[in-house]
Design a protein around this ligand. Structure first.
Ligand code: PEP
Ligand code: MG
Length: 315
């Protein structure tokens, strides 16, 4: 498949009727860029910056960060690159941001909450991102993780703009943000739905705990309704809403997400080929019927089965 991909240039992601669906890569190191491009990534939909610093004992310098972000952006001239500010805490603690013990870190001072409590570190990261943006030709978008309120959205977007970041948005991965999406997207330039955490928080099931893994299923209509509400909030404000959680890598769920209104999909680069092929099998009206079938179900398994049946009718 690799050799074929290299010889035939890939067309941009789209449904059968030509509706464009940009297919983007989830990355955590700049040196993953070449492989992502080879596998058909049209840009980066989620660059997880915290992975760069998991073993750091001190906050990274502006210089070090500028170098890393410049290397990333330089690999994508003219392409969208969505960088997420540090998502520290819970499953990804950073020594220089998460120093206090928390019994319940998934519900603690994590993501934007932790950065806001150490605003110097957030300001340094935005400085480095602005430096890298000035030095390269990529279309830089910057977003904050774990945003739960409209007020946090306003805070982050205002701060990012202070540094000259042109496109500033938020991740929607907490139910409160999804429920308030019409208001969140009035403040943000875009949103990206993190279905991993959105599922964890909607289903009240720790994403790392095997004993409750059956609840961690983004096909659950409770999760799908929140995704739909977020996409509707984007549409009402004329703002793009992508999906960057694992759900986007499921070829059938990817179609349903587009049917709910997702405007781009970002995933591990190895998942791009299957999702691209799946999208090409359905028109937008099919995708909307598939989404509707899943949304109308009463559980994850029945949502998947209903989507499958709707997909078979369409094909
Ligand atoms: C998510 O929560 O879906 C997401 C994309 O972010 P992460 O997996 O890094 O928490
Ligand atoms: Mg997350």
């Amino acid at each position: 498949a690799r050799a074929a991909a290299a010889s035939a240039p890939l067309t941009p992601g789209a449904l059968k009727d030509g509706t464009p669906v940009p297919l983007l890569a989830n990355l955590s190191k700049p040196d993953g860029a070449a492989e992502a491009i080879e596998l058909g990534a049209e840009g980066v939909g989620l660059f997880r910056t915290e992975f760069l610093f998991l073993s750091a004992t001190q906050a990274p310098t502006v210089e070090d960060q500028t170098k890393t972000y410049t290397e990333l952006l330089a690999a994508f001239p003219g392409k969208r690159v969505v960088v997420r500010t540090l998502d520290a805490g819970a499953d990804k603690p950073l020594a220089f941001l998460n120093d206090a013990h928390e019994d319940n870190p998934a519900l603690g001072l994590r993501g934007l909450r932790a950065l806001r409590a150490s605003e110097d570190i957030l300001r340094e990261q935005l400085t480095a991102l602005a430096n890298a943006d000035a030095a390269t030709e990529a279309d830089l978008w910057v977003m904050a993780p774990m945003v739960s309120t409209v007020e946090e959205t306003r805070y982050f977007v205002t701060l990012a703009k202070e540094y000259g970041i042109k496109t500033a948005g938020v991740m929607v991965e907490v139910p409160s943000a999804a429920l308030m999406a019409d208001r969140v997207l009035a403040e943000a330039d875009f949103a990206s739905i993190g279905t991993n955490d959105l599922t964890q928080y909607t289903m009240a099931a720790d994403r790392l705990l095997g004993s409750v893994a059956s609840f961690q299923d983004p096909w659950h209509p409770a999760v799908l309704r929140l995704i739909k509400a977020t996409a509707d909030g984007g549409k009402a404000n004329g703002k793009p809403v992508g999906v960057c959680g694992e759900a986007a890598a499921d070829p059938l769920l990817a179609v349903a997400l587009v049917g709910m209104g997702a405007t781009s999909l970002s995933m591990a680069p190895t998942a791009l080929a299957d999702v691209r092929a799946s999208l090409l099998q359905y028109d937008l009206a099919d995708a909307q019927r598939i989404a509707q079938a899943a949304l109308a179900a009463d559980g994850a398994a029945s949502a998947r089965a209903a989507a499958q049946a709707a997909a078979e009718n369409a094909a």
